[in-house]
Design a protein around this ligand. Structure first.
Ligand SMILES: C[S@@+](CC[C@H](N)C(=O)[O-])C[C@H]1O[C@@H](n2cnc3c(N)ncnc32)[C@H](O)[C@@H]1O
Length: 246
């Protein structure tokens, strides 16, 4: 408990340069799925999302919810089960197939005509569509606008040099009156190269501040045994709610 309090008191790390030039290729991400290096996956789903789900959904029905860099996030099923329609994008076909298999959902697949070589996987119930392509190619598929975005393991997985490009895609997908929940991690970026990459408060303001109001909803100790191998001794998860600036 004392440790938890101590880590929550830790100030934002000032260095934003340490990871600036780090680049992971799409092939490296696909390899992680093939070799089972997917410790980022949360089998029980994200507990901060669970806690804030009502605030996020505002008891509205029939929402369109977008999952950037979705992996096999179980939270996609949470939204679909509540009657919302879910769209995700993920570069690993293996990850997408594992999602449908583990969630016991039958699905069909079809080519995305606007993106040669890419495929969209659709649940038979019709309310989950997962696009297997890069987030940066996705806008060509004209997938419409979204009432909600759940961004966990997504902005933090984007190469730091591509963050502005990523944010431009996200902002272009937002419907009027949107709510965008963003989970980021705070740790000493000189000790671990990432991903996940460290995204400081100031960077979130720089990326989203002109279009969005930004509110930090949660800041919790997220340190697990596996983080010891990263050479760090604290890691915080922060949850931000981004809403339309009017
Ligand atoms: C850290 S994982 C997070 C997955 C998921 N959001 C979760 O919470 O479990 C990042 C995912 O993004 C995928 N990915 C990385 N770069 C991508 C890109 N440019 N376009 C689409 N998917 C990408 C990876 O294959 C990986 O599954």
């Amino acid at each position: 408990m004392a440790n938890t309090r101590m880590s929550l008191d830790i100030k934002e790390y000032p260095d934003t340069e340490a990871q600036q030039n780090r680049v992971l290729t799409l092939e490296e991400w696909q390899d992680k799925w093939v070799t089972g290096h997917t410790a980022f996956h949360q089998e029980q789903g994200n507990q901060l999302l669970k806690k804030n789900l009502d605030i996020f959904l505002k008891h509205e029905s029939g929402l369109r919810v977008f999952f950037p860099l979705c992996g096999k996030a179980v939270e996609m099923k949470w939204f679909a089960d509540r009657g919302h329609s879910v769209v995700g994008v993920e570069i690993s076909e293996l990850g997408i197939r594992e999602f449908f298999k583990e969630q016991n959902l039958s699905y069909s697949e079809e080519p995305i005509t606007e993106i040669p070589g890419a495929t969209v996987f659709k649940s038979s119930s019709g309310n989950i569509s997962l696009y297997c392509c890069s987030i940066f190619d996705l806008p060509r598929a004209n997938i419409g606008k979204f009432d909600r975005i759940w961004d966990r393991g997504a902005l933090v997985a984007i190469n730091p040099g591509d963050r502005k490009r990523y944010t431009d895609v996200m902002l272009s997908l937002l419907e009027k009156g949107f709510q965008y929940l963003l989970s980021v991690l705070s740790y000493d970026p000189t000790k671990h190269a990432g991903p996940p990459f460290y995204v400081p408060d100031a960077e979130i303001k720089r990326l989203f501040g002109t279009k969005c109001n930004i509110r930090c909803l949660e800041k919790v100790d997220a340190f697990e045994e596996r983080h010891k191998h990263w050479g760090i001794d604290y890691i915080l998860e922060k949850l931000y709610l981004l809403t339309e600036k009017v």
